[in-house]
Structure formats: C-alpha cells, structure tokens
Design a binder for this molecule. Sequence first.
Ligand code: FAD
Length: 590
Amino acid sequence: MKYTATFALLILAIGIQTQRRSTICRCRQEDACWPTTAEWSSLNQSIDGKLRHLRPVGLPCQQSAYHKEKCDEVLAMTHNSSWRVDHPESLQLVSWESWPEKNQSCQIVREAVDGCAQGRIPLYSAAVESTKQVQQAVSFAKHRNLRLVVRNTGHDMAGRSSAPGSLQILTSGLKGINYTENFVPFITQGSAEPMGPAVTIGAGILTGELYATGSEKGFVVLGGACSTVGIAGGFIQSGGMGILSPSKGLGSDHVLQVEIVTADGSHIIANQYQNEDLFWAVRGGGGGTFGVITSVTLRAFADLPATVTGIQINTPSADAIFWAGVKTVLSILPELTDAGNSARMIVLPASSTGGASASFEGYTFNKKGAVSLLALQRALDDFGIPFKLSHDFQGNLSRFLAAPKGVDLAGISVIPGSVFLSYDLVASKDGPAKVTSALSDLRLGPGSSFSVDAFGGGQVVNNKNRINSAVHPDWRSALLSLTVGRGVPPGYTLETLKSIESELENDQLPRLRSLEGGRKGAYLAVAYPNEVYFQDSFWGKNYDRLLKVKRAWDPEDLFITRVGVGSERWDDEGMCTRADSGLWHALARF
Ligand SMILES: Cc1cc2nc3c(=O)[nH]c(=O)nc-3n(C[C@H](O)[C@H](O)[C@H](O)COP(=O)(O)OP(=O)(O)OC[C@H]3O[C@@H](n4cnc5c(N)ncnc54)[C@H](O)[C@@H]3O)c2cc1C
C-alpha cells in the first residue's frame, strides 16, 4: 500500500516536470536551420569530396526516372548482400528502407508507376575513410543539429542504421587489418600487460574479409556466420554470437581495445585501463549509440580444423514425425555445447515449396562433439525420423567461415522476434518437449521460420564472472537464441505489416516467453524491433548503467537509434523528443 502511494506520487511529480519540458527537434530539410548548399559543400570539402546525396536504390526502375542499365543492375543484384553493403542508399532488409507510417517507399520493380519516395533512406552520406573525416562529419551534424546515423553494412534488423531526414556516416571505407603476436593496450600512464595474439581492424572490415586474412595467417576470431556483416560496428556492440562461442565466449568478450569518435568530436581510446566506462558500454550496449567506432582490436585464436555436419529433415507437412525430429535435435544441444561445439537449425514448418523442413548444421571441434552427433543420428533412426546426412571436414575453420553462405541472403523483408532459452530449460527432462510444443503451437505459415542458434552455453556461461561488459546478463545462463522470422510479402501494406507485428508481439512472443516464466531477455541483434520494454529485454539490469554512460559521453543524444540506449526520450525515428519522455522512461523502468 505504502509502495503504491509512493509510486503514484513519483509518477505525478515526473509528469508535472515533463509538462514543463518542451519538445526538441533535429533540424529537418524543410526547416530554416537546414544547411545551405554552400554549407553542405563545405562539409564535402572537409571530408575530401566524400559526401553524397542519397536517393532510394529503386529510383532508376521508376517510370518517371527510368534508366534501363541501372534498373537491370538493381533487379539483378537486389538479393546480393555484398552489393547492398556497397550501396549506402540501400539496407539488407528492404522493409527498413520504407517508411510505411508516411506511406513512403520505393519499389524495386521495372517501370514502377507509383512514384518513389525517400522513406527511411538518409538524405546525405559521408563516406569516411579516416578518423579525421569522421570527426568532421560528427562536428557538422552536432553543430547543425542534424539527425545522424552510423551505417556500415546495413544489416541491422531493427532499422538502427538508417533514419528519415538524416545524415549518414558510412564507415565501410574504414579498412585495414593488422595482426600482432602480442598486443599491448594503449595507456597514457604506467604500463599495460601484453594480451597475446590480436588483430586490429578498421570499422569497415567485413567478417568474411577478416576470416580470409585469418586463413592466410593462421588465426581465427570470434565472428558471426554471415560473411558480409561488419565486425567492429553492430556485431561487437550487440554482443556477438558465433560458431566458436560455446568454446570461447561472445564476440564482445574478446574485444581488447576500441578507438571511437565521441559526440564532442574527440578521438578516444577505450580499454580496460582507460575510459573503462565506454569500454564496458560498447561491448554489448548497442551500435550507433556511444560514438563512431573507427577501429577495434580483437583477440586472435590459432586457426583450427572443424567438421560441419548437416542433417536435413524434410516431411510432407509439419506432422508429429517432423516435430519429433526437432525435439530430438534440441535434446543433444546441452551436451554438444558443454564440450565447446555449436549448432544452428533453421526450421520452416511450412516452406513455400511445400512440406516442412529442418536444416541442422553442427560445428564440431573435438571427439565429444562427434560422439554427440552420432548419438543424434542414432536417436533419429530409432524414432523413424527420415533425414539426409552430410559431413564436411574443414582443415581451417577460418577458410570455411570466409565463404558466403545461404544466410547471406539480402533484399528481403523479415520481422524478427527473439528469446533466450536457458541452459537449465533445454537440459531439463521435459525441456526439449516443452520448447517443441511451443514452436509447433505458433503455426508459422509459408515464408516464416525459426532459427535455433546454439551459440550459448559453454564458455559464454563460464565468462559470467570473468567478463564485465554491457551484454544482457541472461546471456550468461542462455543456451540458445531462438528467433522467429516472420516473412513480409513484397508490396505489403501498412495493414499487413501491423497485423504481422501484432501476431508476433501479442501472441507468438508471449508464448515463447512463457517457456522461461515470462522473462523478456533477447539478443538485441535479432530481437523484435518494436519491443516496448527494450531496456529490460535487451540489457536487463545493465540498462541504468548504460544510460549513465550515454549521458556522460553524449548528453545531447547526437547518437540515437531505434530501441537504443536513451531512445525512450525520442520519437521512433529520433527526430523529436517525446513530450512525455520523462514520464515514459519512468514507467518503462517499473
Ligand atoms: C543475415 C544476417 C546474419 C547475421 N548473423 C549473425 C551472427 O551470426 N551472429 C551475430 O551475433 N549476429 C548476426 N547478425 C546480426 C548482426 O550482427 C547485427 O545486425 C549487426 O548489428 C550488424 O552490424 P553491421 O555493422 O554489419 O550493420 P549496420 O546495420 O551497418 O550497423 C548495425 C548497428 O551498428 C551501428 N554501427 C555500425 N558501424 C558502427 C561504427 N563503426 N560505430 C558505431 N556504430 C556503428 C549502426 O548505427 C547500427 O546501429 C546477422 C544479421 C543478419 C541480417
């Protein structure tokens, strides 16, 4: 009773205070404060001619602006992830290029007649190639009060690397890979301990590029599965999970040093010895939030052999046999990851070509892993579950990881929703059956899938007391990141989108969360992009500290992203502060 009264008074007090606060907006193109042509030109000069005006990637295909060769290229390359990396006017998930609330989109179809609007594509792009150029672009955005976004490859699944009416800092041109046998962190006073083999990369280095260099030099890093994702940007700032996670930990667990340009234009080096708060925050606190990372130093491991075992289950429909197969796979994941091995399974209960499919890939590095996968095959046989088996022995894991895979598909529209499933749940006697039952109850239709990423457990959990970083504490008890990918049909309407989002948010995610007693923890890189309680869902108890670090380094929120730290006081696109931002934030924390 006493608690309720105190709570009500607190809310009232904050509400009154909020009413007094006026809304602040970024400078928009239609505003008098928008930079003049001469001012844009001076920015262009200060970054050595690297400024570009962006128009949507589908523009050459519109009837009014039709250009056959350019349109042919767009149509041919639209699903090519590398091509999208190289086109700053595009994103990997096309749904984030549109702005359905304003009915703004630019369709990629030949001679489209509906017109082509800018949507969420930034208006200008500063394609930086040096730290000095990053500083110039940051200062320009700060002093002109512009909406600023940071984009590397455009893979973000919650639209964090774009925003309407914004200036984009494009980091993909910040290249460079330097391997060292014994990395010593930079320190201004005293001496730092050498940390062993490491590699320092520019912010624009793609995962595949780094693996390829590793395969030449004999090292491997903790990166993800998609060769066109950037490592230094969203991956490490999201936390970073990969094939090696159960044996080594998360990608962010192996960040040794970060160079970053902060909101006041300073170039900072953060590591365990200096700027420790920033160093803590950029390891899991979310991309585009604390500054522009220009380079990162990652621990390098000796390259190693691996066996990739494929198990393909196809049935005419998602019947009892199919789900028994899924359950059998889930059952072996605890022992597989205990021994430092990992796996991923993509489940399509209703594939567009008909039937149901579960595609499992196991990544094993030791005998125990091989034994677990043999046991899995025997169990599938015993239950009469038909499957196709493949084995691929890789002498060098880094060479295998460098090659593009099916997961590199781009130019599609997907709305993800995700949960962590704990080791304790999946390893419990009836855990796999409960999870399978929840998955089958979701009744996913064609174009939608589950991704079961067994990249937790093992060393991810063991690092609980060894690594102090901003990742959600639930990572340290998780075995799986389970993601539902809801496909969005081409040419969708706002109504279709809202209906898919509503199903995911109000029915499917709550069902999955009920497996863990309603806990909301999720891997922020693949989580539901409109998560209302994103603070709790993406960071748990780390959120309050993250907000303090954010306020200390970026008090005016120059770096703001959708569902990012500090974004509760801004509208969805980070253009104006919410009139009720103080109240909203206070409520969100309860
Ligand atoms: C097909 C696909 C496969 C994936 N596979 C994996 C996987 O195996 N493991 C995994 O952990 N994740 C995976 N992800 C998620 C991926 O790690 C995140 O989407 C990540 O944020 C992408 O980072 P990016 O820099 O490449 O993308 P971007 O969209 O360019 O950026 C992502 C975020 O980071 C910010 N950012 C980018 N560069 C910088 C910088 N230099 N400084 C500051 N902020 C920056 C952006 O503002 C944005 O907020 C996958 C995603 C997709 C779409």
